[in-house]
Ligand binder design. Sequence first.
Ligand SMILES: C[S@@+](CC[C@H](N)C(=O)[O-])C[C@H]1O[C@@H](n2cnc3c(N)ncnc32)[C@H](O)[C@@H]1O
Length: 295
Amino acid sequence: MPAPLRVLELFCGIGGCAAALGSRAQVVTAVDIHPGLLSIYRHNFHFPTSVRTIESMADHEFRAGEVDLWWLSPPCQPYTRRGRQRDAADPRAAAVLSLIERIPRLLPPALALENVPPFQTSQTCQRLRDTLKRCGYQRCELQLCPTALGIPNRRLRYYLVASRGELLPLMAAGGAGRPLAAFLDPDPTPELFVPEAVAQRYRGALDVVDAADPGACAACFTAAYGRSHVRSGSYLATPDGLRRFSPREVQRLLGFPDQFRFPPDIAHEQAWRHLGNSLSVVAVRHVLSMLPGLA
Ligand SMILES: C[S@@+](CC[C@H](N)C(=O)[O-])C[C@H]1O[C@@H](n2cnc3c(N)ncnc32)[C@H](O)[C@@H]1O
């Protein structure tokens, strides 16, 4: 049995990357600025965590020589179409820029990153690309939606995988898809149902999918799901009325394992927010299969 890959999970949030890695890797340290997210992470994963800003880490904390892969899912706000798109000038890009600057000194054997599609044409991405090229990394960049992997949930994202060693060709996406109904709770709680007055008021603006439609595909669930009615994710038409997807249904669509749990004091609104900021576990697992230790 080869030794499990040692991963530094940067911007770890609730642990989407740890979920994608499963037992094939060991997270050496999971780092995030948000203590609440790290307590959810620790509720599910038994890896060491560190609450801090990435830009404040000293070089020795990256444990060069002991880590096989840097995983990065930096904040997307500097690049989103809805935001001001300040790119590298946005203070929220400081952490990822500090990582790019460290690459030539620390030379991680492999690095992988996930972000929103506009990241691909950003100055930040160009800086990363130039640095990787200069340091002799092989690189693959792609945009992937979980729908291409048979998941009935849209979440188009940009991925970059780079290695100083071999990168395997990406397996063809595809395979038999599962219908949306396979991801739904058998007994949804009453609080998920939308009052008739709200359903009427936002009629036409809500993205509604039918649980009985075998071809139904839910829209991307964003961090605003549960707070904003429009463009934050889909609603479900059921024989009992219109309802929101439960956090567990969103979690299942993202590909988190069934054992993944939010602590009992986390309200639905918080769980939706954290899941909306997280990632498609299925898509990340697929993309990381380009690394020999994770194929
Ligand atoms: C897009 S989310 C990543 C979510 C994560 N992949 C998950 O599965 O939940 C970005 C994360 O970066 C964290 N973050 C933002 N700025 C940071 C910084 N300067 N240092 C460390 N973490 C930071 C946020 O708290 C957030 O959890």
